[in-house]
Design a protein around this ligand. Structure first.
Ligand SMILES: Cc1cc2nc3c(=O)[nH]c(=O)nc-3n(C[C@H](O)[C@H](O)[C@H](O)COP(=O)(O)OP(=O)(O)OC[C@H]3O[C@@H](n4cnc5c(N)ncnc54)[C@H](O)[C@@H]3O)c2cc1C
Length: 400
């Protein structure tokens, strides 16, 4: 089981499988370590956005989903509602249909990415829980793990930490505390007996702001129902996430109507999300941190898969350069931080202001009412990044 590799990737979610495939494709000896046995469940909304779909196409992974007609459910419409009940529909007729993504249960989605990685030559080892990383010298890391109660050790020149939002490894290597404002908690389950006809619903319920609750159909009769809340606001509410979840499904005017005849298929499950507002210092001598482990979930819409793929790709590109130049130093690997910041930092910075605004029901009501009257905005593809773009965007909406 033990061994020496060029690269060890820890965690076989989208970020880990993506980074591992790209590095193996370049001819490096890559080992992907995963604590669970695949296929495994992952608490998620199962929403694969248009943005994620585009990245999957660029990475040449998208064709792998071709044979999975049964597990891929195209989204053709979307609606949003505000606390006062205003509804903003985004109709497929008015938008480019391609900009909508699809839904896919995560056990299936992650398995597809993993099998792509295996095809590229990645060695996958499951049931291996990594416990710690130690730098031996400037070209070698030791990765310590537990495999069925046995302590094992791997060696690598580069280690990519991709083990999700619960990652204690990221905390171990960068020793930085994350503020509770930069963490959200999400809860979801599946309901059977409701046909949303390829329509995603996002409900800005006043108890959940600046986050929201969702209904994402995964078939003509099953829907993924969930909520997210920021941890500091959840604590302030003095209620559990479970009680907020049941309040949402029983009291939100739209949700209770949709789920009227539906039956839950399992008890709801929760998981944390590390928001991009807390991202930073995701590199060091011989290691890079990608995806949720590095706090890359979009702070506005809670989408994490696209940034997991994006950071996985940037880490693979910078990591490969490190091999070409035989340089795994902290100063060399800082290029990773510079590159993801070029793409995401402006959005993360303005997200703080957006969150502050979205916490106010009056702001959400006002904007939703303006937006519902102005349908030419392609909200499925527009991603205003800087504060000026965002203000311009809202100004245009308000001008009506
Ligand atoms: C309730 C909820 C709803 C969400 N909905 C959406 C959505 O609809 N769309 C979207 O784009 N994003 C959504 N997200 C975010 C999305 O789930 C994540 O951003 C995405 O899974 C991140 O991928 P990742 O590869 O970084 O981490 P993960 O997918 O979490 O993968 C990490 C992997 O590492 C493994 N691992 C953990 N610890 C160890 C260890 N010590 N040793 C070895 N392996 C380990 C885990 O078993 C796991 O397989 C949601 C999140 C939540 C919580």
């Amino acid at each position: 089981m033990e061994g020496k590799f060029d690269v060890i990737v820890i965690g076989a979610g989208p970020s880990g499988s993506c980074a591992a495939s790209l590095l193996a494709e370049k001819g490096l000896k890559v080992c992907l370590l995963e604590k669970d046995r695949f296929p495994r469940q992952k608490v998620c909304g199962d929403g694969i956005s248009g943005q994620t779909k585009k990245l999957l196409e660029e990475l040449k992974i998208y064709p792998e989903f071709g044979g999975l007609k049964r597990d891929i459910y195209p989204i053709k419409q979307s609606i949003m509602s505000s606390p006062d009940g205003t509804v903003m529909p985004m109709d497929a007729n008015e938008l480019d249909e391609k900009s909508f993504g699809f839904t896919c249960p995560r056990d299936v989605f992650d398995e597809v990415l993993l099998s792509f990685a295996s095809k590229k030559g990645v060695l996958f080892k499951e049931g291996v829980r990594v416990k710690g990383i130690e730098s031996i010298d400037d070209r070698l890391n030791a990765v310590y793990a537990d495999f069925g109660g046995r302590n094992i050790r791997f060696l690598s020149s580069l280690t990519i930490i991709a083990n999700g939002s619960g990652s204690n490894l990221a905390h171990q290597v960068r020793k930085r505390k994350i503020n509770s404002k930069d963490i959200a908690i999400g809860m979801r389950t599946y309901f059977e007996g409701v046909d949303l006809q390829h329509r995603c619903e996002i409900h800005y319920d006043k108890h959940l702001l600046p986050c929201y609750g969702w209904l994402f159909p995964i078939s003509d009769s099953i829907v993924n129902v969930g909520i997210a809340m920021r941890v500091d606001l959840l604590r302030r509410s003095r209620k559990s996430i479970t009680s907020h979840f049941y309040k949402f499904i029983s009291e939100n005017q739209f949700v209770k109507l949709r789920l009227h005849k539906a039956k839950p298929m399992a008890a709801p499950s929760a998981h944390i999300m590390k928001l991009g507002t807390g991202a930073g210092q995701n590199y060091g001598s011989g290691f890079l941190i990608v995806g949720d482990a590095g706090s890359f979930v979009d702070p506005i819409n809670g989408e994490g898969i696209s940034n997991a793929l994006l950071t996985g790709r940037i880490a693979a590109e910078v990591g490969y350069k490190a091999f070409e130049q035989d340089n795994f130093s902290k100063s060399f690997l800082k290029q990773y931080e510079d590159r993801w910041k070029e793409k995401l930092a402006a959005r993360f910075r303005t997200a703080k202001i957006m969150q502050w605004l979205l916490q106010r029901p009056a702001f959400v009501n006002f904007n939703m009412s303006k937006m519902s009257k102005k349908s030419q905005f392609n909200l499925a593809t527009e991603r205003p990044d800087t504060i000026w773009e965002r203000l311009k965007f809202f100004y245009q909406i308000m001008k009506g």
